[in-house]
Design a binder for this molecule. Structure first.
Ligand code: BG6
Ligand code: MG
Length: 215
């Protein structure tokens, strides 16, 4: 097994629990369009880009719209989401994150972000973690959404490491698949039932140590 030279982290659901804010904003949109949107339905949106999420939402509601209207609605959802994350601060960092990032930094393992979100940098700044990342690849850099490996391959390239020297941390099924097709190892953050394709699964980064990672 190649030595680990970099760890690439998804943002939403791994570093911060922003999935709840995405959910509230999508539900508000669904309600405006006249249908309900459950937390269970929301699982399908995790890791998925903004426009793809909208398409899934509309499919659930049985609503068909033209491209112009879809762009308007995606913009509206994002405005509500941005309002919801306006007051975020470091208290919303998920357990174990800061400790684990610090451990990686001390050992000289590079740290990257690999997120589908166009709000990623704003969030990292707000929670005070942006300085810990050696490179950030987000929704503004990619043309192909997870499960395409593009986001993670760009991260490895920016850090000048090979994919097999990287470990990805992901809470979404699409993200686990993206990491595996990039040729990287992947730790699922969440439930074993959902993330069974991952090489290892933890409930949160509080369970992760460099020692466990290297096993
Ligand atoms: C992902 C989230 O990280 O980013 C998705 O899991 C979200 O739920 C996607 O749709 C895009 O985010 P944004 O902030 O660009 O709308
Ligand atoms: Mg995620």
């Amino acid at each position: 097994m190649a030595p680990i030279k970099a760890c690439i982290f998804d943002l939403d659901g791994v570093i911060v629990d922003t999935a709840k804010y995405h959910y509230l904003a999508w539900r508000r949109l669904a309600n405006e369009l006249g249908f309900d949107f459950s937390e269970n339905d929301n699982e399908r949106l995790k890791g998925v880009s903004r426009m793809d999420s909208l398409n899934i939402l509309l499919e659930i509601g049985g609503v068909e719209l033209d491209e112009v209207r879809k762009q308007e609605l995606a913009k509206k959802k994002n405005e509500w989401y941005v309002e919801l994350i306006a007051d975020m601060d470091k208290t919303e960092i998920l357990p174990g994150t800061t400790q684990f990032l610090t451990e990686l930094q001390k050992t000289g393992i590079k740290i990257a972000l690999g997120s589908a979100s166009k709000n990623a940098k704003t969030i990292l700044r707000r929670i005070g973690l942006i300085e810990m990342f050696d490179t950030i690849v987000d929704g503004t850099d990619i043309s192909k959404a997870k499960p395409d490996p593009e986001v993670f391959l760009l991260g490895a390239k920016a850090l000048n490491v090979d994919p097999n020297e990287c470990v990805v941390f992901e809470d979404a099924v699409s993200g686990v698949e993206a990491a595996l097709s990039a040729g990287m190892r992947v730790v699922g953050v969440g439930s074993k039932e959902t993330l069974f394709k991952a090489n290892d699964v933890v409930n949160s980064l509080a369970e992760m140590t460099l020692n466990r990672l290297e096993k």
